[in-house]
Design a protein around this ligand. Structure first.
Ligand code: MV4
Length: 449
């Protein structure tokens, strides 16, 4: 049976998805906004449909328009990628109701994991350690709220159950900030998500950000592709990711990975997914689960040889595939640098015409990007231009390979964070693997001021 997939995304992930479809003999429909008519993947799609004006709300977030495009092209399934509608349970629900397969978990699972309190409870039941805190209903009595917070301990974080990815959370350093902070966080959560329910967590002050990649077929077969360390970030925008995460106690790691598999089996998970943890003082603390493919998926692919996007497509379309942990082996190290169209110090976006560009290449180097000489970066979307991924036997040779890939790579016409990556590849703390989630903002930039 032949399949047709509509790719409801843009940029590098749309290109990544088309490449995977082609390998599987799947027909593709690329949808694009009026600001995106020069996107590279449109040239490789079997069909293209314009879904609206450049503004994301009117195009890539416009569910009726995307579903109409699926209807007129006689699409079987919709590939959401990351961002946009990828974790929007109501979009997945609309796909289900309209007879299009949403490539990912079902809408109930997306909704369940989108509620962070529910996600934490599910994780606990699977035997995963979560950040200690309080996630029951809060009483009205201020004294009782104070008692609960004191029991969690200061500093603590108030997080919106409908938040995630750094949205809807607030640090409370001491009891005199508690009641006002609670009120504000609930109000902000109501405004942003239409849900004011919040929970408390002990503040983990200086952790690494480690995540576990999962693949599940919805029939009880679940595998993991190990860990990624995504600690190099600024304002919740990751800049560098690597696989595997280094220096983790093997027994703790093995127990944590087993518990991640158990979680996915417990909820009969289907598709790829990521369990996010904070890691500090030899302990993993689950924070949330992402039910989509992630930007940084290539580093996990490179250390395992397992194609995550092809797996997504096969699982969703019912193309036979075996998920067998004993067939997964781990080899070497991989690092990804995200090249963004932005000033490397101020992070101000820098859209515009790419007058010249040359991609890096060679052994152990992968370049996932939609840009080309003459491409104009539109101002309407996120600034990701390219992902440079290097793979080598060890972390240190992977870093050296990244230095040489970065030296080959050039982009002219717009500003990029290329030079920031070069500095980081030469940075002592990064090289010694002594960085946490706070390093880039609190130490690296301070040293360069
Ligand atoms: C935390 C935390 C410290 N303690 N929770 C930010 C994104 C969201 N996924 C969870 N986040 C955090 N939750 C407790 N209890 C610190 C962060 C955090 C962070 C986490 C991962 C990667 C980068 C981060 C940057 C700032 C704060």
């Amino acid at each position: 049976m032949s399949h047709k997939v509509l790719i409801a995304n843009r940029g590098e992930i749309a290109l990544r998805a088309i490449r995977a479809c082609k390998e599987l003999g799947i027909k593709t429909v690329a949808v694009y906004s009026q600001g995106d008519k020069n996107l590279k993947h449109l040239k490789f799609a079997d069909e293209t449909v314009c879904i609206g004006p450049a503004s994301p709300l009117e195009s890539y977030l416009n569910a009726p328009s995307i579903l109409s495009a699926a209807e007129v092209t006689n699409t079987d399934a919709i590939y959401p990628g990351y961002g946009f509608l990828a974790e929007d349970f109501s979009f997945a629900e609309k796909c289900e109701e309209s007879g299009f397969k949403f490539i990912g978990p079902n809408s109930e699972t997306i909704k369940m994991m989108g509620d962070k309190i529910t996600a934490k409870s599910i994780a606990e039941k699977a035997g995963i350690q979560v950040v200690p805190g309080y996630k029951d209903d809060l009483p009205d009595d201020p004294d009782k709220i104070h008692a609960i917070a004191k029991n969690v301990g200061y500093p603590l974080m108030i997080k919106a159950t409908a938040g995630g990815g750094g949205r809807g959370m607030r640090l409370i350093e001491s009891e005199d900030e508690l009641l006002d902070g609670l009120e504000i966080t609930m109000q902000e959560a109501m405004n942003a998500f239409g849900n004011k329910v919040v929970y408390f967590e002990k503040f983990i002050s200086n952790p690494r950000h480690i995540e576990v990649q999962i693949v599940a077929d919805g029939k009880g077969n679940v595998i993991h592709l190990g860990t990624r360390d995504c600690s190099i970030q600024r304002r919740h925008q990751k800049l560098i990711e690597e696989a595997p995460a280094s220096n983790i106690n093997p027994e703790l790691l093995s127990n944590t990975l087993d518990a991640c598999l158990k979680l996915c089996k417990d909820i009969n998970y289907e598709g790829v997914g990521t369990l996010e943890f904070l890691y500090e003082n030899n302990a993993f603390y689950f924070i949330e689960m992402n039910t989509r493919i992630q930007v940084e998926h290539p580093v996990s692919e490179m250390i395992t040889g397992f194609d995550l996007v092809k797996a997504q497509l096969k699982i969703a379309l019912g193309i036979p595939t075996t998920l067998d942990q004993s067939k997964i082996s781990f080899r070497g190290h991989a690092i990804e640098c995200r090249i963004n169209a932005e000033n490397p110090r101020t992070f101000t976006p820098s859209p515009g015409l790419i007058t010249k560009m040359h991609p890096p290449g060679g052994f152990g180097i992968r370049f996932d990007s939609h840009i080309y000489s003459g491409y104009e970066v539109p101002p309407y979307y996120d600034s990701l231009l390219a992902k440079i991924i290097t793979t080598a036997n060890s972390r240190s040779s992977c870093i050296k390979r990244m230095m040489s890939a970065l030296d080959e790579f050039f982009v002219e016409g717009i500003e990029t964070n290329h030079s920031l990556h070069q500095e980081l590849m030469h940075d002592d703390v990064f090289n010694q693997n002594n960085h946490t989630i706070n390093y880039l903002e609190n130490e690296f930039f301070k040293n360069y001021e």
